[in-house]
Write a protein that binds this ligand. Structure first.
Ligand SMILES: [Zn+2]
Ligand SMILES: [Zn+2]
Length: 274
């Protein structure tokens, strides 16, 4: 056996309350995490960033909210038509919660905490606190590289931090600035839902999780699921940079703010395997 190296590509195609989708792959195998924007947008944005021919071997669904699963049925049919029918991995609770018109063919049930393989990609579903039936975040290991997509959670957890410490690239929720949320236009019950332990991570909570989960390997940090009403890219970025500075990682970690209407340029993590 010989050592080989290859790049793991991470590309956030869309992120925010109007739809989420991220691609992770190494040229030989790849997955989409969530499909909350239209199939047309997913495929055209992949083509725009040079991933038009990148393999899609599975879709990993985090939970049943429509901004994560809205395109599942249509995307499944489109990929099958291209000659690649793909499984949609999700927990039993997520499967039960998906609105009927969105249910795709080829659902594969998974359990939080139990890893599985999509070809040679090792996928670890990690439970997260969010107001759905059985939501998860995903960590994907390719060779010695690890990537995690962590959004839609109401509070940091020690388990997430433990996984994050081993990651080279992170897509991490920085949903809202608490002050902006409380002074903003949302009705009080919605404010309470977002702030709750099963809502979304504030910038301050994301900072706490990042500090706890900051590992030596981290090189790429993508700030995700920003609220357009209750946050600004600058506030999220300043918060993340401050934490990286406090954690002694400033300058080592490339930080980007994910966008709703356009894909981020793909980042590439080098991995080696025997
Ligand atoms: Zn969401
Ligand atoms: Zn959600």
């Amino acid at each position: 056996m010989s050592l080989f190296t290859r790049d793991v590509t991470v590309c956030v195609l869309s992120s925010g309350s109007a739809g989420n989708c991220t691609y992770v792959g190494d040229g030989h195998a790849g997955v989409l995490i969530d499909c909350g924007v239209s199939t047309k947008q997913i495929l055209s944005r992949m083509a725009e960033v040079g991933l038009g021919d990148a393999p899609i071997d599975a879709v990993l669904v985090t939970h049943e909210h429509s901004d994560h699963v809205g395109a599942a049925a249509v995307l499944g049919r489109a990929l099958a038509k291209r000659g690649r029918p793909v499984p949609f991995y999700m927990t039993r609770g997520t499967n039960e919660g998906i609105p009927d018109p969105c249910v795709p063919d080829g659902v594969e049930l998974i359990e939080a905490g139990r890893s599985f393989r999509v070809r040679h990609l090792l996928v670890e579903p990690i439970p997260v606190p969010h107001d759905t039936r059985d939501p998860v975040a995903y960590r994907i290991n390719v060779g010695d590289a690890a990537v995690a997509v962590i959004t839609d959670l109401g509070r940091p957890t020690a388990l997430l931090a433990r996984h994050m410490r081993e990651c080279h690239a992170l897509v991490l929720e920085f949903n809202h600035d608490e002050e902006m949320l409380m002074e903003g236009p949302y009705p009080y019950p919605l404010k309470q839902r977002i702030k709750s332990n099963h809502g979304h991570l504030s910038n301050a909570q994301a900072q706490a999780l990042l500090m706890d989960g900051l590992g030596d390997h981290l090189h790429y940090l993508m700030l995700a699921h920003l609220s357009e009403e209750n946050n600004t890219p600058t506030r999220a970025l300043v918060a993340a940079q401050r934490t990286l500075q406090d954690g002694g990682a400033f300058g080592r970690v490339d930080v980007k703010v994910c966008l709703q209407r356009t894909a981020l340029p793909p980042v590439r993590v080098q991995t080696s395997s025997w």
